[in-house]
Design a protein around this ligand. Structure first.
Ligand SMILES: NC(=O)c1ccc[n+]([C@@H]2O[C@H](COP(=O)([O-])OP(=O)(O)OC[C@H]3O[C@@H](n4cnc5c(N)ncnc54)[C@H](O)[C@@H]3O)[C@@H](O)[C@H]2O)c1
Length: 336
């Protein structure tokens, strides 16, 4: 029986993932460990809170004795690790907590898992032969692209922000536990996610919230920065596929083949709001350009052919329908 520790399960991607996994794998047990920082919200888990195979623990992934107790108490034999400080802007103003959570936290989880699952390098304890540690990371570790090209799993790491540097560091620690100790690890590097339950501070919720409040919609620089947007449920399916079918020690890039610059995103959302919740004049009139983010990466785009060809995953959501669902979800949220 799989007993899976999911870290960061009260956040945006984590909570969408927990919902999906509980539905798809009713025989597994799930333990969510989340510190409920400003970015986590226990209400994100309200759909699953009464499920028999779900437990929530409020705590810090850096707290080694807590993590050890969780492994022992719940007989944790798999980890899907999402807990992180995740907002690039915050990493520019306050990088310390990114190093603490993303680097030390990942190390703590890995090292506890190693000692709980393995007797020594390359020797698993009885009952833990299938134990796997899946680390959820980002395409930002690869740095920035020019107008052309795609990130592959072979692209050299070149992180540019304290956030991406902390995630790159955590990826390297995971990699080292595979190579040095023979731990069964998977790393997934995903592009920008969008969808329900993303924190208000991120681009898409900010555009919707400011638009509805009649405030200026802030867009960095000239709005030409490009991201490869993936619907969160597609990402969660990718994690599920990589967790079950991925080859130990491998890295899988997950992306949506859906490049949009910030101007496109803001315009699309305003057009949808003009249609769904019309007012006098277009919401587009509220778009305002603000001083660019320091060190702002120009473009990210993923080549996801490895996970598509080797594991049979594919993004299902079309951007037009995904963004419409997302806007409608936030309209409900901001009504409350
Ligand atoms: N959002 C994206 O577009 C995106 C893209 C690629 C990869 N990722 C990665 O996916 C993961 C999840 O991202 P997200 O957007 O859901 O983030 P999020 O900020 O919405 O959620 C992070 C969660 O981690 C929890 N957390 C933070 N510090 C913790 C700690 N010390 N101990 C325990 N819990 C802690 C928070 O309370 C929150 O619930 C992150 O590792 C991120 O780097 C995100």
């Amino acid at each position: 029986m799989k007993s899976i520790l999911i870290t960061g399960g009260a956040g945006f991607i984590g909570s969408n993932l927990v919902e999906l996994l509980i539905e798809k794998h009713p025989t597994y047990k799930f333990v969510v460990l989340d510190l409920l920082t400003y970015a986590g919200d226990i209400h994100n888990l309200k759909k699953v809170q009464n499920a028999k195979n779900f437990t929530f623990v409020n705590g810090n992934i850096c707290d080694r004795s807590l993590v050890e107790r969780i492994f022992q108490h719940y007989y944790i034999n798999n980890v899907i690790h999402l807990a992180a400080e995740s907002h690039v802007d915050n990493s520019i103003t306050d990088p310390g907590v990114f190093i603490e959570t993303n680097v030390k936290g990942t190390f703590t989880l890995l090292d506890v898992a190693y000692k709980y699952w393995m007797d020594k390098p390359f020797q698993l304890k009885n009952g833990f032969e299938e134990s796997r540690f899946l680390h959820v990371s980002t395409d930002e570790v690869y740095g920035t692209l020019g107008k052309t090209g795609l990130f592959t799993e072979q692209t050299p790491y070149a992180p540019n922000s304290p956030y991406s540097a902390s995630k790159a560091s955590s990826d390297f620690i995971v990699r080292s536990y595979h190579h040095t100790y023979g731990m069964n690890t998977i790393i997934t590097n995903c592009s920008n996610n969008y969808g329900p339950k993303q924190h208000d501070e991120k681009l898409i919720p900010t555009v919707i919230r400011k638009a509805l409040a009649g405030e200026q919609i802030p867009i960095y620089g000239d709005g030409s920065n490009v991201r490869d947007w993936l619907y969160v449920k597609d990402h969660c399916n990718g994690i599920d596929v990589a967790f079950h079918k991925g080859v130990s020690g491998q890295v899988y890039n997950i992306g949506g083949k859906n490049e949009q610059n910030n101007n496109d995103i803001a315009a699309k959302i305003c057009e949808l709001l003009d249609k769904i919740q019309p007012k006098e004049g277009s919401y587009k009139n509220q778009i305002t350009y603000v001083t660019d983010r320091a060190g702002h990466d120009f473009r990210y785009a993923i080549d996801a052919s490895k996970i598509e060809n080797e594991l049979g995953w594919e993004a299902q959501e079309d951007f037009d329908s995904g963004i419409e669902k997302t806007v409608k979800w936030y309209l409900e949220k901001y009504k409350e």
